[in-house]
Design a protein around this ligand. Sequence first.
Ligand code: KIV
Length: 261
Amino acid sequence: MANPKEKNQKISVSSLKQFKQNHKKITALTAYDFPTAKILDEAGLDIILVGDSLGNVILGYENTLPVTMADMLHHLKAVRRAVKKSLLVVDLPLLGTRDQRPGTRVKNILKLIDAGAEAVKIEGLEHLDLIKECIKAGIPVMGHIGFTPQDIEKLGGAKMQGKTKEAAEKLIKDAKQLEAAGVFAIVIELVPEDVATQITAAVEIPTIGIGAGRHTDGQVLVLHDILGLTQGKTPKFVKQYANLGDLTKQAVQSYIRDVTA
Ligand code: KIV
């Protein structure tokens, strides 16, 4: 099969498994609006994630917990208008998991698909039943294990997971369970590098790490963190590739000087 990366073709869910088989690393970043999504897509990124980090990165909340389905839909639609080649994945926010009426959560997720998401990321294994329902309904699902930001209160902060032997074994078991349920990839967040390496070897589907070392099948980061646009603390594992925060401030100060002169 032709390699979509080399042919500059549209990335699909099935491209990712091929990348793992061919030892080609998968690249992913978040985007929440039209202009940045267009830049990422044109730069050749494999996956664009409309993450529920929207809450803290864009909407000014302390964490992802207050993000609504309406918030996700609004930003997803803007990103959809920009993305041509990258695979477009959207997060199911915590509030989208809360409605327990039969079939309602899948109906909500279908709204994300109707708005142009090609796959949905669902955190943790607490919603394994929902993950299975989605897959049965033909919705591609990406898993997310390790530190799951929607559990920030339960976990007592953004803390490294899987540090003990038992916790590491549980993560490997969770990854295998998600694979058996039919997810097409798994995000592994804030896990020691050796544990993320073991998980990656234990499953055939690609793993995408964030703060999980170098040996996952791909990497994902929050765009604003790598561009120096994050207001407040950036996680230690983030490499900053530019300081657009400072550049923007300087540009705006030049503008103010020009106008006032
Ligand atoms: O919400 C998000 O942005 C995420 C990642 C960065 C993995 O879940």
